[in-house]
Design a protein around this ligand. Structure first.
Ligand SMILES: [Zn+2]
Length: 139
């Protein structure tokens, strides 16, 4: 393909899919996915795990992550009272809805201007502002 101004033209070069390269990339993505799954379940220091993944030759325990402290960094549960307080907070403050994007943004080649499948769209967002209209929470 070649582009002249806003028009695209087919070139006489026959395109063939490099299936060997496709398979190599698929294998790499699966390996990365596997490593992410291992990260989620590892008992070792999370920072050391990431450092090793980024080729740090001497990763060391951070002493601050959930694995090092052997406890969650944030409580895994919440109180109903705090949930009601948060709900009330949102009702009392200025909020603005952020609608999810329905079309792919520019710069994505063949996807430009095409609709994003509903199952791939982001969820609706929310901006909470204080009285100075300075956004301070994005949900
Ligand atoms: Zn750690």
């Amino acid at each position: 393909m070649r582009k002249e101004e806003q028009f695209w033209f087919a070139t006489p070069v026959n395109y063939t899919v490099d299936w060997k390269r496709v398979e190599t990339l698929k294998k790499m993505r699966h390996q990365e996915q596997q490593r992410m799954t291992e990260y989620l379940h590892t008992q070792e220091c999370l920072m050391a795990f990431l450092a090793r993944e980024l080729d740090d030759p001497q990763p060391s325990p951070c002493g601050r992550c959930a694995s090092c402290l052997e406890k969650p960094l944030i409580p895994p549960t919440f109180s109903e009272k705090r949930a009601r307080e948060a709900e009330q907070f949102f009702k009392e403050h200025n909020t603005q809805i952020i609608e999810p994007r329905k079309q792919w943004p520019d710069g994505l080649g063949k996807w430009k201007g095409k609709n994003i499948a509903p199952t791939l769209r982001a969820e609706q967002g929310l901006i909470v502002q204080d009285k100075s209209w300075t956004p301070f929470i994005f949900v």
